[in-house]
Design a protein around this ligand. Structure first.
Ligand code: NAD
Length: 586
């Protein structure tokens, strides 16, 4: 085996006797060593969690890392038990006070070092992604590595500005003298739970946002992409993050559930399915732990009669089959206006026919599905559609041979009675429904419990604006789809069942902080409304109500002049303060 080619990279399995030493809690930072446990996948190279800057071998057994192109295990990851996972939270919690006091300059320096560490090993990481998750090498670079580098560069350069205190201009006359600001304070320990479909690009921007904002992190990779997550831990160690600032835990879903309920967790950023997202939200509610939920999608693309059909077909075919359709924001349904349906379909079929399955050398466009069970879901959705009258124009049944391949599939004569138009398929299937009008397309696109992203394909600015306004989704793109995920200023997240909150952009960064209102009063005497409630106060306050809030200008003016005759106002508020804020009175 060529470990570089197969994505194990510098952590190659053949390191001799030292490699077989117990891995539990051994110091790390150099080359990763291998242990052999008498459990599942024994004899394969083993990888371990990162807790408090150390590589920790789990006591709860191991899970194999399976290459979806062959169905064969090539490594394994040990699993932490609940107590060990709790130690990761404790490590993050004890690292928090010092980390939250570091300057933005220091945090940016470490993000830059992490970026460089990723750049140095980019090809190797992309090969690991190809091997463990399945997307082609080029796609791993395009859709995992580059967006993560861009996010790191952006956060390093701009986080300080984006999280700078906001000075407030008070609106209330009686409070106007206070020096008031909004401070964006770190929360504490952020638990990031990640899916297998974009294990790298989904993890890096979130953990970098959390860290740069002053939080510490426990990252929980998906079972099917554990090695990729553990690699992040190794690179963070290499970059020099302080012990405990970033912990990466390989755990089973039961232990993940226990982490969600851990009261030491300050915020949860969960990316995954709607079903698990609802469970996480319910469990987090026990401690009122705030959550960001980035969940599934059933993204619609609306093809208008005036669309540039060449670009549209190429764009939609790419956005449907990218990552073998296992993209939360892949095009999962198309509504095309009847006038152009035939011409559009011909182009879609032409583009689809060009796609090659990804072969063992990494050539080709469409990789295997990451999981066998995901391939079964795809087959079930296609079978349901065909049973209800859909026609398969290409593809339509699992590929022969090893691995979890399913060919790019195009369906027509579909409608909303079919599962394929209502539930997330998460596979390389493009169902296309012909519609009579733009109205019908928008109505059908919005007839969904999901609302992650959507796209419209048109040459008209007016139609573009209408689609941007009316399509119910967290992201609406015109003449493109999905790619804003790679733009670090663009917030990412859905509406309806597609989620709560945002990652990326300023909105995503602000999810990683608590907004704190701080004020400073340099006054000496008591405030106007403090005790005693003597005879002068009530008449003064009723007059203040009329003076400040009457809708008649004349009435306000009359009462304002009356207000200025109040001795208590002058005494308590002070002449200088009153004069400085007269604009708020008048
Ligand atoms: P999943 O819901 O099965 O698992 C997601 C993560 O949750 C995994 O790490 C899993 O181990 C963990 N988990 C499972 N049970 C848990 C529990 N009880 N408590 C805590 N954690 C638990 O999702 P998946 O199959 O890994 O990912 C695919 C889904 O993710 C798709 O629906 C896809 O659309 C969605 N997704 C959404 C986005 C987005 O940005 N909105 C991005 C990528 C993927």
């Amino acid at each position: 085996m060529d470990p570089m080619r197969h994505g194990i990279g510098p952590f190659d399995p053949g390191e001799g006797a030292a490699a077989r030493a117990p891995a539990a809690e051994r110091p790390s930072g150099g080359r990763r060593r291998i242990s052999v446990m008498g459990q599942e996948g024994a004899g394969l190279p083993a990888f371990h969690s990162w807790v408090a800057g150390r590589e920790v071998e789990g006591r709860a057994g191991a899970r194999p890392a399976v290459n979806p192109a062959t169905g064969e295990a090539f490594a394994r990851a040990s699993l932490l038990d609940a107590a060990q996972a709790g130690e990761a939270v404790a490590a993050a919690q004890s690292a928090f006070p010092a980390w939250s006091r570091t300057s933005f300059r220091e945090r940016s320096r470490l993000l830059d070092r992490l970026r460089q560490a990723i750049v140095d090993e980019a090809d190797d990481v992309a090969r690991l992604v190809e091997r463990e998750q399945g997307k082609p090498f080029a796609e791993a670079l395009a859709a995992e590595i580059l967006p993560s580098l861009e996010a790191l560069a952006h956060l390093s350069a701009h986080a300080e500005d984006l999280l700078r205190d906001d000075a407030l201009e008070p609106g209330q006359l009686l409070l106007a003298h206070k020096d008031a600001r909004l401070v964006y304070a770190p929360i504490g320990v952020v638990l990031a739970i990640k899916p297998w479909n974009y294990p790298w690009a989904q993890s890096l921007p979130v953990l970098a946002s959390a860290l740069v904002a002053g939080n510490t992190v426990v990252l929980k990779p998906a079972p099917a992409a554990t090695l990729i997550g553990l690699r992040i831990g190794a690179l963070a160690r290499k970059a020099g993050f302080p012990d405990g600032a970033l912990n990466v835990v390989s755990v089973d879903d039961g232990v993940a559930g226990a982490l969600v309920e851990d009261p030491r967790i300050g915020k949860i950023v969960f990316t995954g399915s709607v079903a698990t997202g609802k469970k996480v939200a319910a469990a987090a509610a026990k401690n009122l732990t705030p959550v960001v939920l980035e969940l599934g999608g059933k993204d619609a693309a609306v093809v208008c009669r005036d669309a540039d059909l060449d670009r549209t077909a190429k764009g939609i075919v790419w956005a449907a089959f990218l990552n073998a359709g296992q993209t939360c924001a892949s095009v999962e349904r198309v509504y095309v206006e009847r006038e152009v349906a035939e011409a559009f379909l011909a182009r879609v079929l032409q583009e689809t026919a060009r796609l090659r399955p990804r072969d063992a050398s990494g050539e080709g466009e469409v990789g295997p599905l990451t999981l066998e069970r995901q391939r079964r879901v795809v087959a079930e959705h296609v079978a349901d559609a065909v049973a209800k009258g859909a026609r398969v124009l290409t593809g339509g049944s699992p590929a022969e041979g090893p691995g979890f391949f399913y060919p790019p599939t195009v369906l027509v004569d579909v409608d909303h009675r079919m599962t394929i138009m209502r539930e997330e398929t998460f596979g390389p299937v493009l169902p296309i429904q012909v519609v009579a009008s733009l109205e019908e397309a928008i109505r059908l696109a919005n007839d969904s419990p999901y609302g992650l992203t959507a796209s419209g394909w048109t040459r008209s600015d007016e139609t573009a604006r209408r689609l941007q306004r009316e399509l119910q989704a967290g992201v609406v793109s015109i003449n493109d789809h999905v790619s804003s995920f790679g733009e670090p200023t663009a917030p990412w997240g859905g509406v309806k069942w597609s989620g709560i909150g945002r990652i990326h952009g300023q909105a995503g960064l602000r999810e990683m902080v608590q907004v704190k209102y701080v004020s400073l009063d340099r006054g000496r005497g008591p405030e106007l409304w403090w005790y005693p409630y003597d005879a002068s106060l009530a008449p003064l306050l009723s007059r203040a109500a009329r003076a400040l809030y009457s809708i008649s200008l004349l009435r306000r003016l009359k009462e304002q002049l009356g207000l200025l005759r109040s001795a208590r106002l002058w005494r308590r508020f002070g002449a200088w303060r009153l004069l400085a804020n007269l604009d708020k009175l008048f």
